[in-house]
Design a protein around this ligand. Structure first.
Ligand code: FES
Ligand code: FES
Length: 159
């Protein structure tokens, strides 16, 4: 017998949203299926690829490993929250400038992870950026343009 759905509610990209989900539903599925925020990608579904990374209360989190219920009351930023309408964020614009994506599957997770890093450490070194992004798998780019884009975007995060 399926358990009764539960209602979860949290702030996503500045708006409070609710969804009725099964208690076992993870945050990635809740965002994608319950809230139609399909920019969060799901690859491995067990915490390895980083494609599903969203920012929860300032921390990059693998949304496939977090239950939606655990996000109750949290403040979440997804890839949809980085741009200002049609205007790309400086980090997104740097990705475009440096051709830091090909198929784009890893890109939401790369951007959210890098955004969380530069928000906290706007002067992050190349070594630090490589270390943090080493948890995000990209099968296309060879990583070099991604690192170049993040390095290029650092100035826009400086206080
Ligand atoms: S889908 Fe979450 S880490 Fe791969
Ligand atoms: S651009 Fe294709 S996996 Fe990264």
């Amino acid at each position: 017998m399926r358990p009764d759905p539960i209602t979860v509610s949290f702030t996503v990209n500045g708006t409070t949203l609710s969804a009725d989900v099964e208690p076992r539903c993870n945050l990635a599925d809740c965002l994608r299926d319950g809230m139609r925020l399909t920019g969060t990608h799901v690859g491995c579904e067990h915490g390895v690829c980083g494609a599903c990374t969203v920012i929860v209360d300032g921390e990059p989190v693998r949304a496939c490993l977090m239950l939606a219920a655990q996000a109750e009351g949290a403040t979440i930023t997804t890839i949809e929250g980085l741009a200002d309408g049609a205007d790309l964020s400086p980090l997104q614009a740097a990705f475009r400038r440096h051709h830091a994506l090909q198929c784009g599957f890893c890109t939401p997770g790369m951007l959210t992870t890098a955004h969380a890093l530069l928000t906290r450490e706007p002067d992050a070194s190349e070594e630090r950026i490589r270390d943090v992004l080493s948890g995000n798998i990209c099968r296309c780019t060879g990583y070099v343009p991604i690192i170049e884009a993040v390095l290029d975007a650092r100035a826009s995060y400086a206080k």
